[in-house]
Design a protein around this ligand. Structure first.
Ligand SMILES: Nc1ncnc2c1ncn2[C@@H]1O[C@H](COP(=O)(O)OP(=O)(O)OP(=O)(O)O)[C@@H](O)[C@H]1O
Length: 623
């Protein structure tokens, strides 16, 4: 479609449907250095905000914003009568139609609220994702069905787990307080995945072909398809699907049931969650978030179990490692306390990913479990994970290019297992580097304030999403905040993530380890003292980050003094003068008592208000 045509289509639609009120485009500013700057715009129609459009120019961003709005309007309008698009076929002839369309608009609003990457994703919200998926499948001639994965919990408080399967592809398991809610949530997972169709589908199909020598990938329990109003006409047989399987089980050993492969021999996957838990003493209650198995591992990986020498020397080509056989390793992006992160190109997909390799323990399992639960534009996108018996040992020095790695003998514990976590590849520049660059610029940076605000807003959006999913990040700091290739802020490193209501022993041990590593710079006071704490620790860290984004901190002793003062709510006098509005917000975030700190959603609203005020000032200044 020709550039700009979505803007024209949306204009036409808004004109025809005058009752919708004024069609507005909001300019949300630009981000990034000049040569890779991205612009963001969004549509507001009848006071409803539609998903943001991002582009390399304002025009492109505007057109993408119009495209997103049209997509939502069309999707919503299709719900009551499949095949009709509100945009193309709008022709109100009666008050009833007008009423229906208004109803559609309210549906659209609901969907937008939920689909918008920046909005709160409340899993209990009953948006019609089932309807969206239903319609999508009809349009694309795909079969889909909901599968009840399991039920869990006491009779008075049961939890239902459902997954959606579309054309033999399984999407992540979702839970709900009842079957309907679980199905809606499963449809939501699938819907988001479908938004990224090319990625998801191709990856899924690649995974399903990994199996060699006829060895079937191990699947999870082939549950009985349940009757679904939404899916009854679309049911398909799925029990032998070769696609990836996610498990979201607080009781992993029960979740893994060996399947009868085609030859009738029961098979059990070496890296099933059961084997993970048997060797790793996984605590089922710690994260409470979705643990899942990746059934894509095949005979290749089972082979790797027997061969513990993979990847150790240049001569011994690590052919038995899924990592080295499926990926070209490009670069070592960094080493954390627990593992390494590599940039790697998937050979079949010809697409680059970040693959984090960590020893499999609670922290790592917690990280993948949580990441699999999160899908938000301001959170590093997780794709999949698998287990290997060895850690990739090609020692590439950080930042070096492919092929230059040398051999090194493994000093790993032979009984250890390693998690390979495949994620979205971000820029190598972290927020820490961004801050350092700003602080070392000799000229005053006139854009710093505006950019800081955009960054802070994006972090808050991500944190709001994490909190509304019932998690606490607990390790927010500029080092753990990355930029996507398009410049969008991405929260990463979920190694310390926990459930908001968690306070078990493993958790305390994990925090103790973190404290010992001295990363308490951004920790809330109650987190340092080891008291009971909740999601408000993330708000405290965010307050410090926002302060650091804006304020040029010197190095050495002075920095320590300013930092400690800031932690005790004594912000530099000049700061409160120069950044009066931000000062107010930050002071709320840094309050000593967690209950006095704002919730992420309140902060989001506050920052948005502040951004709009600034925007108005800027506009006035240009006239
Ligand atoms: N998805 C990604 N894309 C690009 N770079 C990444 C990605 N994930 C991590 N990195 C980089 O790899 C480095 C190591 O990341 P990792 O999360 O393991 O380390 P860390 O933050 O020190 O973790 P930990 O706190 O667990 O020690 C970081 O410096 C980070 O910049």
């Amino acid at each position: 479609m020709e550039s700009g045509s979505d803007v024209a289509r949306l204009n036409e639609y808004a004109q025809k449907k005058k009752s919708l009120g004024l069609l507005k485009y909001e300019d949300l500013g630009s981000f990034g250095p000049d040569h890779i700057k991205t612009f963001t715009q969004r549509v507001v129609l009848n006071d409803k905000v539609y998903p943001e459009g991002v582009g390399k120019t304002k025009k492109e961003a505007k057109n993408n914003a119009a495209k997103n709005a049209l997509r939502d309007l069309e999707e919503a309008a299709r719900q009551p009568s499949v095949g009709t698009t509100a945009v193309e076929n709008y022709n109100p002839t009666s008050a009833q139609q007008e009423k229906e369309l208004n109803q559609n608009d309210s549906d659209i609003c609901n969907q937008t609220r939920s689909l918008s990457v920046n909005s709160q994703d409340n899993s209990s919200e009953q948006n019609n994702f089932i309807g969206l998926v239903n319609h999508y499948c009809q349009k694309k001639n795909r079969c889909h069905t909901f599968i009840e994965d399991r039920r869990w919990g006491p009779a008075h408080e049961p939890q239902f787990f459902y997954r959606l399967i579309i054309d033999n592809k399984e999407y992540p398991v979702a839970k709900g307080k009842n079957a309907k809610e679980a199905k809606q949530n499963a449809a939501r997972h699938a819907w988001f995945a479908l938004q990224e169709q090319s990625d998801w589908d191709s990856k899924m199909s690649v995974r399903s072909t990994v199996s060699e020598g006829g060895a079937p990938p191990v699947l999870s329990t082939p549950s009985t398809p349940v009757d679904s109003h939404e899916a009854s006409s679309q049911r398909t047989s799925t029990s032998k699907s070769n696609s990836i399987t996610f498990e979201d089980s607080p009781n992993p050993s029960q979740a893994q049931i060996p399947l009868e492969p085609d030859n009738g021999t029961p098979t059990r996957l070496s890296n099933s969650l059961e084997s993970i838990t048997s060797s790793q003493s996984m605590s089922s209650g710690t994260s409470g978030s979705g643990l899942f198995t990746d059934s894509s591992n095949s005979s290749k990986d089972q082979h790797a179990v027997k061969d513990k020498n993979m990847g150790n020397t240049e001569n011994e080509t690590p052919t038995h490692s899924r990592f080295t056989s499926e990926f070209d390793i490009i670069d070592c992006l960094g080493r954390g306390a627990y593992g390494c992160v590599y940039a790697a190109r998937h050979k079949l997909l010809n697409k680059c990913f970040a693959v984090k390799i960590v020893r499999s323990d609670e922290k790592a399992l917690r990280e993948v479990g949580t990441l699999s639960d999160l899908l938000h534009s301001n959170i590093v996108r997780y794709y999949t994970f698998w287990m290997e018996d060895s850690r990739y040992q090609g020692h590439i020095t950080v930042g070096s290019s492919a092929g230059s790695f040398s051999s090194s003998q493994s000093i790993d514990d032979p009984s250890a297992k390693y998690l390979y976590i495949e994620m979205e590849l971000c820029q190598t520049k972290t927020l820490k580097k961004w801050i350092n660059e700003k602080n070392t610029q000799s000229q005053p940076d006139t854009k710093r304030r505006q950019e800081s605000q955009t960054i802070a807003q994006q972090i808050v959006n991500g944190v709001e999403y994490i909190h509304c999913k019932g998690h606490i990040h607990r390790d927010l700091k500029p080092d753990n905040i990355l930029f996507g290739v398009d410049g969008v802020v991405k929260i990463g490193d979920f190694g310390l993530v926990t459930k908001d209501d968690d306070d078990d022993d493993d958790d305390i041990a994990l925090m103790e380890r973190t404290r010992q590593r001295g990363t308490y710079t951004y920790m809330a006071p109650e987190q340092i003292t080891g008291k009971n704490y909740d999601r408000k620790v993330d708000i405290f860290a965010l307050g410090l980050i926002y302060f650091e984004l804006l304020w040029k901190l010197s190095t050495g002793h002075e920095r320590v003094v300013v930092w400690n003062d800031a932690r005790s709510l004594k912000l530099p006098e000049q700061f409160s003068v120069t950044f009066a509005e931000e000062n107010k917000i930050i002071r709320l975030m840094l309050r000593e008592k967690p209950e006095d700190r704002p919730e992420a959603c309140e902060l989001k609203a506050e920052l948005k208000k502040w951004a709009q005020t600034q925007h108005l000032h800027k506009e006035r200044a240009t006239y």
